[in-house]
Design a protein around this ligand. Structure first.
Ligand code: ATP
Length: 235
């Protein structure tokens, strides 16, 4: 569904991604693991056209994304849940959610979307008139995920959704990611919390210093075990 082929990027003169190739099959949870600074967020920024690749190709549903403006890329059905949630703190939960639907003109679809995410996230329903900035980190993470769902995405790119959350909340967030995937939404999950992410992923890639050093696809589940051993030994 989403394919990166031999992508290389740099910030100024500093190379970041080197020949990164990864494939996210439709319906999958594909996990991209890596330590701080490995280049995980840069992968997301490159998919979104916020960083231009120096070489390589990105395709989504067989169409080339390279050089398209970010709004065009997003309109094709790609939604991002950014690192650090980035909710609008002085706006209510409901208004934050409606921002996620700003590309949808059919108001009935917007209302249906709102009802759907409030069912999936009952805690947001209880707090829909509350300012987003007054909520806990876990609740804000749920809001960021719900906001992304409001655009009816085909794929969601999640950048470290468990970062800074207490273990119980981490479990809840991962459970919700599983539910979203069950609804048919493809997931690219970027994580440092390797154990949990690997447990639920259908396939995984390990990024080190901007290079994919290990990968496992659904066809080769044993490789997942090897990635777990290598990654978890390092963390
Ligand atoms: P983290 O988990 O810390 O977010 P990451 O794996 O997502 O790490 P990136 O944020 O993609 O890593 O960063 C990869 C490298 O690029 C790092 O060395 C980082 O310092 C550098 N970098 C990131 N953004 C910029 C920028 N805007 N300008 C210059 N260098 C950058």
């Amino acid at each position: 569904m989403l394919n990166l082929t031999n992508i290389s990027t740099a910030y100024g003169a500093i190379p970041v991604l080197r020949n990164v190739s990864l494939a996210v099959p439709q319906g999958s949870i594909t996990c991209l693991l890596g330590s701080n600074g490995a280049g995980k967020t840069t992968v997301i920024r490159t998919i979104l056209g916020l960083v231009q690749p120096l070489a390589g190709e990105i395709t989504f549903l067989t169409q080339r994304l390279n050089s398209l403006p970010t709004d065009e890329i997003v309109k094709r059905g790609i939604a991002v849940v950014p690192e650090g949630r980035r909710v609008f703190p002085k706006m209510t939960v409901e208004d934050n959610l409606l921002i996620g639907a700003c590309n949808i003109t059919d108001q009935q679809k917007v209302r249906q979307g709102l009802a759907r995410v409030l069912t999936l996230f009952p805690r947001l329903a209880e707090r829909r008139r509350q300012n987003a900035g007054t909520m806990s980190g876990g609740e804000q993470q749920m809001l960021a995920m719900a906001r992304a769902l409001m655009s009816y995405p085909k794929i969601m790119l999640l950048d470290e959704p468990s970062l800074g959350l207490a273990p119980l909340l981490v479990n809840e967030i991962f459970k919700t990611i599983g539910q979203i995937n069950q609804e048919g939404i493809t997931i690219l999950l970027i994580e440092q919390n390797g154990f949990k992410a690997l447990e639920m992923a259908h396939q995984a890639y390990l990024l080190q210093k901007g290079t994919v050093v290990m990968e496992c696809t659904e066809a080769d589940p044993q490789a997942k075990q090897k990635i777990a051993e290598v990654y978890l030994k390092q963390h």
